[in-house]
Design a protein around this ligand. Structure first.
Ligand SMILES: [Zn+2]
Length: 263
């Protein structure tokens, strides 16, 4: 099988080419795809999907390839299944990594690609760099039949304010559990109990890894950190506000909690 057969990830910065058919990404041999001449020497396999190579080609402009349309990563979430969406995120993080690691952070020498792993190497000083992954937590806090949901400042200007779970980045030297307690306390003043890890999800905005937890209210009075949150409230399960879109880990958690909770 040639290197140029598989799932095609044509990317351009934050955009990806999606087509109308099948799993919404071009699939097949490069010679059979209706494409104008492109720079195929730069095609790179970065993963596999259903046993076939995932091939990435970064274009300088979102040019007309005679098929499909260019969409940004966020819009691709509703078009692709979650596995392919995560692979698009991987392709874009990979491109960002290569672009921002052309020179060594220790000595300034030009870096080169390592051919057997996803890394850049400085031949002058031996420094090796890997794509950055930033862990963060998201916690869905319940109290009986109520959920604590917050409207973040960055979502405040939407026509219909969106409410979601508490989230934040892990600080250096912290466990995930410590982050959950610290972020919750900083943003809401509340203390938690019965913390339960649920699952993780890569989130390429721009290079996060979300660790999702369920927790219950233990103690404290709701005091909102106005620097981060525009609002936070307890909502009854049968009267929830505007929620994040399907496919986000926050929405998955809320749906999972609703299905598990007999009200
Ligand atoms: Zn160096």
């Amino acid at each position: 099988m040639s290197k140029q057969f598989g799932w095609w990830f044509f990317t351009c910065g934050e955009q990806i080419l999606v087509i109308a058919q099948g799993e919404r990404l071009p699939y097949g041999d490069i010679d059979d795809l209706p494409l104008p001449a492109l720079e195929f020497s730069r095609v790179e396999q970065f993963a596999s999907y259903k046993g076939e190579p995932c091939l990435r080609l970064e274009l300088e402009h979102p040019q007309d390839l005679g098929m499909g349309e260019w969409v940004d990563l966020r819009s691709s979430m509703s078009l692709l299944n979650s596995q392919l969406f995560n692979l698009v995120g991987k392709a874009q993080q990979f491109a960002l990594f290569l672009k921002t690691h052309q020179f060594c952070g220790c000595c300034g020498h030009a870096m080169t690609r390592v051919d057997w792993e996803l890394a850049m190497l400085c031949s002058a000083c031996g420094f090796r760099a890997y794509p950055r992954v930033s862990p963060c937590i998201i916690v869905l806090i319940s109290h009986g039949s109520q959920l604590l949901l917050a409207n973040h400042r960055r979502h405040q200007k939407q026509a219909q304010p969106m409410y979601t779970a508490i989230a934040g980045f892990v600080e250096a030297g912290e466990t995930l559990e410590q982050t959950v307690h610290r972020e919750t306390h900083e943003e809401t003043g509340l203390k938690l109990k019965n913390l339960r890890y649920w699952k993780s999800q890569p989130w390429a905005f721009p290079h996060s890894l979300m660790a999702a937890y369920f927790a219950e209210y233990a103690d404290g009075e709701l005091k909102i950190d106005r620097r981060e949150l525009a609002d936070a409230q307890w909502f009854e399960a049968n009267d929830l506000p505007h929620l994040p879109p399907l496919g986000t880990v926050a929405r998955d958690m809320i749906e999972h909690w609703l299905a598990q909770t007999s009200l």
